[in-house]
Design a protein around this ligand. Structure first.
Ligand code: FMN
Length: 313
């Protein structure tokens, strides 16, 4: 490998160097400690945290020399590493600023040496500061882990300058899948849609509707006044079919048209009531189905499907 001399290193574009370093995905922590003033605390968002040794148990992190809280970390005997959970981006942003009162309205308890341990984290490591080193424009702190808690929550990730969530690398168990078909996107989408629909079908039927009628109700509940062309374009069937559906829904007093053929449709009082009930049932069914994935994974699945729909013409 080619060695990089000091002269070359100095010619680096700092922006490019920062970008390249950002391709190393890390977790996100908030390191807390006692401030120089008694009974006050400091906290800094840091992704430089890392493990050093298991025996003895040592960890490290580093802090910019220009950080306002540097004197506090240099004088505090203890520090705590609060490993942030995937839903704590707000906290990460708050502790990445220099604003006063970072701890206002933040839920925490006190650990070893009176150091704040933030609520809702993925893990806590309570440490005794053992060494510190100069590291260029940063100071490297090494601490001995005195106590730790693992709350088994998914951790927040920082990658390429943005917060992210981690997902296990997909493992395809060939003993569970029958080969190509069982792993093919088209089949997976079709089967998931079929099973999802199959479970919600009885609820739609109990309300005296078919699938297209339910979709029209939901679409008009989202945005009133959509016309035939708009409703047909957003329903997976032909325009003549949707025309028949709309005629029936007008007859059964679920929707009404205000004006001529090209004008929009609106929910009637009955239609609105049915839509409200069915939307609540649909949300409950969706939450129940997605509960096996967990919140982050479920949201990410929806985002991926939206992205696919946007890009497949
Ligand atoms: C994701 C993320 C990671 C960060 N990691 C570090 C770090 O490891 N070391 C550091 O000095 N600053 C880091 N920062 C910046 C500090 O959080 C920020 O400069 C903070 O304002 C310092 O607070 P203080 O000046 O009140 O001490 C990070 C910021 C973000 C958003």
């Amino acid at each position: 490998m080619k060695a990089i001399s000091k002269a070359q290193a100095q010619s680096f574009d700092p922006h490019q160097l920062r970008n390249a370093l950002g391709s190393f995905a890390t977790g996100v922590t908030i390191i807390t400690a006692n401030d120089v003033d008694p009974d006050t605390y400091v906290g800094v968002t840091a992704n430089s945290f890392n493990s050093v040794s298991l025996d003895p148990p040592l960890v490290l992190w580093n802090l910019a020399k220009k950080a306002r809280s540097l004197p506090a970390y240099q004088s505090s005997e203890y520090f705590a590493v609060n490993v942030l959970a995937s839903d704590q981006t707000e906290l990460a942003n708050r502790f990445a600023t220099q604003q006063p009162g970072k701890f206002n309205d933040v839920d925490f308890e006190l650990g070893v040496g009176g150091i704040p341990l933030l609520a809702g984290c993925a893990a806590h490591f309570q440490c005794k500061r053992s060494l510190s080193y100069e590291g260029g424009d940063h100071v490297i702190f090494v601490g001995e882990v005195l106590q730790f808690d693992d709350f088994n929550r998914p951790g927040l990730v920082f990658y390429k300058g943005k917060f992210a969530v981690s997902r296990p690398y997909p493992q395809i168990d060939q003993s569970e899948t029958g080969g190509f078909v069982d792993d093919y996107l088209h089949y997976l989408l079709l089967m998931a849609a079929y099973r999802f629909e199959e479970n919600f079908c009885p609820i739609i039927e109990q309300n005296g509707l078919n699938h297209y009628e339910w979709r029209v109700l939901a679409m008009l509940s989202d945005r009133a006044g959509r016309n035939l062309a708009d409703l047909a374009q957003n329903t997976p069937t032909s325009q003549p079919e949707i025309e028949k559906v709309l005629e029936k829904m007008v007859r059964t007093n679920l929707i009404e048209r205000k004006g001529d053929v090209d004008s929009g449709y609106y929910l009637t009082g009955d239609g609105n009531l049915k839509a409200v009930q069915l939307l609540a049932a649909a949300k409950a069914h969706e939450a129940d189905t997605l509960s096996v994935l967990g919140t982050t994974e479920a949201q990410s699945l929806k985002e991926s499907l939206k992205m696919l729909l946007k890009n497949i013409s």
